[in-house]
Write a protein of this length. Structure first.
Length: 311
């Protein structure tokens, strides 16, 4: 640890001009001592005004900041943060997140009081003003992470998490060659297998959700493609049976009473259909990912055959 920095905020972004300003504002509003915090931004070659907004917001802020550039994907971007972090912890913030004022303080305090925990996930809050698709997505995540304590869900996801750098480095860090998404779940699995605990902490954060059904479909299709690469590496990392639409429908029906108690909105009765919609997108993305992997394997085998023929 250098310069008395305790926590590094890692912000991996690409083409997020509509939301990144709010994310930066919420980072700058933290009550955690600024001299003990740093920000590392990794930009994935944005083609919009994302970087200009970030630099404008940070100018004169007094927050230690470094900006890196990459075009290799999220695994590579997150590992850049790990390699360059000066703190004991990394808090992952996405460009569509908003942090309450005490979020960083609560996460750091939680980790310092629990030395056996390698990763702690904050809990999701619910935006008051949302489209139907965004509201249902908010409720879904709020229910999944409503209980503090040892994490029993298959994946936490990096957003809103605090990572103990010692734990991440112990397991070799992020895989910089993973395609799409799933780089966080891959690290989570290895951290857990190394004996570290994964927890849901008391800290709450907010995430700006996809406002349209089309954008929600695209997001989960992308998740499915990334999951295919993770599944290839570790078949136990993903329980495919839970992703099948009939199973997803049944599991989501059971959540309706809790969702209604949480929101008081009859819209939550649409949660099963919302969830099946996402899972169909995920499954189709997963199938596409498997096809792409098989195609790459076939091309490699064909290349070897050609080399043999001409050698």
């Amino acid at each position: 640890m250098e310069d008395n920095v305790i926590v590094t905020v890692g912000l991996c972004v690409r083409n997020a001009e509509t939301t990144v300003g709010q994310a930066i504002d919420s980072i700058l509003s933290q009550d955690f001592p600024r001299e003990k915090m740093e920000l590392i931004v990794v930009d994935g070659c944005s083609t919009d005004s994302t970087l200009a907004i970030i630099k404008s917001k940070l100018e004169g802020s007094g927050l230690k900041t470094r900006i890196f550039h990459e075009n290799m994907g999220l695994g590579y971007a997150r590992q850049l943060v790990v390699d360059n972090a000066k703190g004991k912890f990394i808090i992952w913030v996405d460009a569509d997140m908003i942090l309450p004022k005490k979020f960083v303080t609560k996460q750091v305090t939680f980790m310092e009081g629990n030395p056996k925990i390698g990763i702690a996930k904050g809990r999701y809050g619910i935006h008051e003003k949302n489209s139907l698709a965004a509201m249902l997505e908010d409720v879904e995540f709020a229910i999944s992470f409503r209980n503090e304590g040892k994490a029993n869900m298959p994946a936490l996801g990096a957003s809103g998490c605090i990572y103990r750098i010692e734990a991440v480095k112990q397991v070799g860090g992020f895989n910089p060659y993973m395609r799409g998404v799933g780089e966080d779940q891959d690290v989570e699995n290895r951290v857990r297998l190394a004996g570290w605990l994964l927890y849901v902490s008391p800290a709450i954060f907010y995430e700006k959700r996809r406002e349209t059904w089309k954008s929600l479909w695209s997001e989960y299709f992308w998740h499915g493609v990334g999951a295919a690469h993770l599944f290839k590496k570790n078949r136990r990392a993903i329980k495919i049976i839970r992703m099948l639409p009939p199973v997803a429908l049944f599991m989501e029906v059971l959540r309706i009473p809790t969702a209604y108690k949480l929101t008081g909105s009859f819209a939550v009765f649409l949660l099963p259909f919302h969830y099946v919609f996402k899972r169909i997108a995920w499954m189709l993305g997963f199938i596409k990912g498997k096809i792409l992997i098989s195609g790459c394997r076939s091309l490699r085998m064909h290349g070897i055959w050609v080399l043999i023929q001409f050698s």
